[in-house]
Design a protein around this ligand. Structure first.
Ligand SMILES: NC(=O)c1ccc[n+]([C@@H]2O[C@H](COP(=O)([O-])OP(=O)(O)OC[C@H]3O[C@@H](n4cnc5c(N)ncnc54)[C@H](O)[C@@H]3O)[C@@H](O)[C@H]2O)c1
Ligand SMILES: C[N+](C)(C)CC=O
Length: 496
């Protein structure tokens, strides 16, 4: 297991300079595999947020970045992608140290982050306007322009990748940025900003403040100098951000929580469905917004499926993320582990039957880490809290259905609508069910893959707007209508 001999000193990046918090305060950043302090991060407050916002405002209003030819902006983004690949091994190692995720997942995230920068670098120079045929001798058109100052706030589960999903399109569209990583996992954001400095993005275009959500995050959401807030995190936080953003009617994009259904019909390819059910809930320790945290099984295969699932889940190797055998790492923090263990107790009290896991792992070498066993509940009822609420950990709630109609009703039976999967070899049935799901991201005979090219976001209380793809770029633009009169003569409305 990795230990750090030197505790990292993490500063904020404002106007092209690395700065401490004005208060001088720092926050300990902990390796969740062993509880060791790996870094001390500048703990910004409202004043630090204001300083960064003012810099981003002034830089946007000066126009240098938004008016720069798109091809030139794109070249910076391509350069960031190249550097992310050059430093991939180090960044992945740090992500694992900070977040706990298995190294192979961190390596995927860094590769995805580089690909995302490249995708938006390419998109920056592609056609994006429209023209219209209107009643007058008028050439009507729309152009897309940068929104202005964008505040970007992200969570701890994919610390680098969730930041990049916002930073890349925001910069490609010509905005200036204030970025806030999660206070729990800021380490790889520092690496990204070192790259941003190295490729020479003009000072003030992109700034980073660290600190707590209710102070720094709330100021970003509330400030009238900010034009747009793009947030990824919990639904309760999203609600608070909507309220804070109302003061100046900020544009908002919200990518929020989920309790996504993974539906398996009796005619599915059995082993494929089992394998994806495991991947759907236990990948990244279940700390995935789109996790298939509710497994809906057709009655006739329920017992056989659960038996095989439990057999496979018990074989998952849990350990420190940087151990070569590890398939599932620790949860991100002690507080989060306690929340997840609390939900396991709730599940038991509610009368669900625990058929796998359910405990913290404290064997030798694990005692200071935040490890929880892969956990599976069956005999659940739709109104149970473990079925309705996002646990955000390695805890699966199995539900049973008798036919297609009941599967759809159960699948849609929460306040969330982020993702969903359907496993069946009957193509028509798969499409019927998918089209009835009130979810923004769906898969047939698969679960979890995400693509930079395709929109990401949720229905219902899982969010507003879409990240990634062309949709993701549009979220960072305003639409301007331009009408050019082609017969330049007086309108003649009033007498002359
Ligand atoms: N839909 C998606 O694409 C997606 C992706 C990843 C994570 N998530 C969600 O993120 C959640 C887990 O992450 P988390 O625990 O870090 O979420 P969180 O909502 O607690 O925090 C997310 C970010 O918001 C900040 N924040 C907290 N309170 C704030 C406030 N009042 N004002 C402004 N900012 C505030 C935090 O400091 C952090 O940077 C889960 O609900 C998960 O589903 C969603
Ligand atoms: C969007 N994704 C799946 C990478 C992370 C969600 O938590």
């Amino acid at each position: 297991m990795s230990t750090v001999t030197q505790v990292l000193d993490l500063k904020m990046y404002v106007d092209g300079k690395w700065v401490d918090a004005q208060s001088g305060e720092t926050r300990d950043i902990v390796n969740p595999a062993n509880g060791q302090v790996i870094a001390k991060a500048a703990e910004g407050n409202v004043e630090d947020a204001r300083r960064a916002i003012e810099v981003a405002r002034r830089t946007f209003d000066e126009g240098g970045w938004s008016e720069m030819p798109a091809v030139q902006r794109a070249s910076y983004l391509f350069a960031i992608a190249d550097k992310l690949e050059e430093y991939a091994a180090e960044i992945a190692r740090l992500e694992t140290l900070d977040n706990g995720k298995p190294l192979r997942e961190a390596e995927f995230d860094v590769a995805d982050a580089a690909a995302c920068f490249r995708y938006y670098a390419g998109l920056a120079t592609k056609p994006d306007g429209q023209t219209y045929h209107v009643a007058d001798p008028m050439q009507a058109m729309v152009v897309r322009e940068a929104v202005g100052v964008c505040a970007l706030i992200v969570p701890w589960n994919f610390p680098l990748l969730m930041g990049v999903w916002k930073i890349a399109p925001a910069l490609a569209a010509g905005n200036t940025v204030v970025f806030k990583p999660s206070e729990v996992t800021p380490v790889t954001a520092i690496k990204l900003f070192e790259i941003i400095e190295e490729v020479g993005i003009p000072h003030g275009v992109i700034n980073m403040v660290m600190g707590a959500g209710p102070t720094v995050g709330n100021e970003l959401a509330e400030s009238h100098l900010v034009d747009k807030i793009s947030f990824t995190g919990g639904t309760a936080t999203g609600r608070s951000i909507m309220k804070a953003a109302a003061g100046n009617i900020k544009k908002i994009s919200l990518e929020l929580g989920g309790k996504s259904p993974n539906i398996v019909f009796a005619d599915a390819d059995f082993e494929t469905a089992v394998d994806y059910a495991l991947f759907g809930i236990f990948c990244n320790q279940g700390q995935v917004c789109s996790a298939g945290s509710r497994l809906l099984l057709e009655e006739s295969i329920h017992d056989k499926f659960v038996e095989r699932l439990v057999e496979r889940a018990k074989q998952i190797t849990v350990g420190a993320g940087d151990h070569p055998d590890t398939e599932m790492g620790p949860l991100v923090s002690q507080a989060h582990m306690e929340k997840v263990l609390g939900y396991i107790e709730i599940g038991k009290q509610e009368g669900a039957r625990l058929v796998c896991g359910g405990n913290r792992i404290t064997k030798d070498g694990f005692e200071n880490g935040y490890f929880v066993e892969p956990t599976i509940f069956v005999d659940t009822k739709p109104n149970m809290r473990i079925v309705q609420e996002e646990i955000f950990g390695p805890v699966l709630a199995v539900q049973k259905f008798k036919d297609e109609a009941e599967a759809i009703e159960l699948a849609n039976g929460t306040v969330y609508g982020l993702a969903g999967g359907v496993f069946t070899l009957d193509g028509a049935k798969a499409m019927r069910v998918i089209k009835k799901l009130r979810s923004g991201i769906t898969w047939i005979n698969s679960y979890h893959p995400t693509y930079n090219e395709a929109p990401w976001g949720g229905y219902k209380q899982s969010g507003i707007g879409r990240g990634l793809g062309t949709f993701g770029l549009e979220e960072f633009t305003e639409v301007k209508q331009i009408n050019i009169n082609m017969q330049v003569e007086p309108v003649g409305w009033f007498k002359n």
